[in-house]
Design a protein around this ligand. Structure first.
Ligand code: ADP
Ligand code: MG
Length: 334
């Protein structure tokens, strides 16, 4: 059974950045305003996240890494809390099957923090043969989750991921995207042992401040805001897009659907086509888009870590997005 679970976990978590994305989303779901990420060896040795969210009650610590354990509602009427991807209570369980997981957490109403370690979906007894209860300890409000030795028990996966620099860049990319999308939340990401974080956003920074911090002044100074609602689908589009004269060699698209970072090659292709009439040859757009749609219209068969997403009325929705961008570019370039 352990092997089957490990294989299932490996299908959800392909690399450190996938695990981190899930952990960041959990911290955001817990209402955190500070999220600090620490990394060793591209996340393969250590992936650690510290948040200041509502914490996990000590009574829930024993089961939190079991499959399908979730504190989040899942009803068809409660659109704001329903999972967009039909994926619930699997992330922590998956990570615990492919790494050594430790959780230290404190809720506001508790006098102390509690720490517990996990393996293969279950809490590990504090002493061999001893009781499996979480140990009281000192700690701030919020949750710290560490995943050590990622894929220690999946040698093929481990071998395929030997480039720590590449893995770290993917981790940074995930942190950057979520930092830009979550105004009012402070994010840091650092390598353990390094004094200066590679990303550091503050709670008072605006979206554009964060874009400037991460992508530079050249991008930030060229941005056009985008905001439109279409009650028909329904669909809400928000974001910031580069103006026509933005001059870079790589198309950057930050895409969020219902606040989850996703990829959509179809949206990418369509947006690039809109820009071709405006951009000089061999230059590309920079686009940050946040789409909100009825979760029932988003394909629930796609696992979030596969990232590539499909949704209902895809062609119409994409045409609508392109029209909004086209209008904005047109207005700015008369
Ligand atoms: P899901 O997010 O789909 O509920 P997860 O496996 O990602 O499933 O997390 C399981 C549960 O653990 C969550 O429902 C939540 O109750 C709790 N949890 C995980 N991370 C945190 C966190 N950073 N702060 C508070 N609670 C958390
Ligand atoms: Mg989760």
């Amino acid at each position: 059974e352990a092997v089957v679970n490990r294989i299932a976990a490996g299908e959800i978590i392909h690399r450190p950045a996938n695990a981190l994305k899930e952990l960041i989303e959990n911290s955001l779901d817990a209402g955190s305003t500070s999220i600090q990420v620490s990394i060793k060896d591209g996340g393969l040795k250590l992936l650690q996240i510290q948040d200041n969210g509502h914490g996990i009650r000590v009574g829930d610590l024993a089961i939190v890494c079991e499959r399908f354990t979730t504190s989040k509602l899942r009803t068809f009427d409660d659109l704001s809390t329903m999972s967009t991807y039909g994926f619930r209570g699997e992330a922590l369980a998956s990570v615990s099957h492919i790494a050594h997981v430790a959780i230290t957490t404190k809720t506001k109403d508790s006098n102390c923090a509690y720490k517990a370690s996990y393996s293969d979906g279950a809490i590990i007894p504090a002493k061999p043969g001893g009781a499996a209860e979480p140990k009281p300890c000192a700690g701030n409000n919020g949750t710290q989750i560490s995943a050590e030795d990622l894929f220690y028990n999946v040698p093929t996966r481990r071998k395929a991921l030997k480039n720590a620099t590449e893995e770290y860049n993917r981790i940074l990319d995930v942190v950057n995207r979520y930092a830009i999308h979550n105004e009012g939340v402070s994010f840091t990401c650092r390598k353990v042992g390094s004094n200066t974080p590679d990303v550091h956003t503050t709670t008072s920074a605006t979206v554009v401040d964060n874009i400037r911090h991460i992508y530079g002044t050249a991008v930030a100074n060229e941005l056009l805001s985008l905001e439109k609602s279409y009650p028909v689908y329904p669909l809400k589009i928000k974001g910031w897009i580069s103006n026509a004269n933005y001059n870079v060699k790589k198309f950057v698209m930050l895409l969020f659907i219902n606040h989850r970072s996703v990829e959509s090659p179809a949206i990418r292709k369509a947006i690039e086509a809109v820009y071709t009439t405006y951009l000089p040859k061999n230059t590309h757009p920079w686009v940050y888009l946040s789409l909100e749609m009825d979760p029932r219209n988003v394909d629930v068969n796609v696992h979030p870590t596969k990232r590539e997403v499909h949704f209902m009325n895809e062609e119409e929705v994409i045409a609508t997005i392109c029209e909004a961008i086209q209008d904005r570019l047109g207005d700015a370039n008369v």
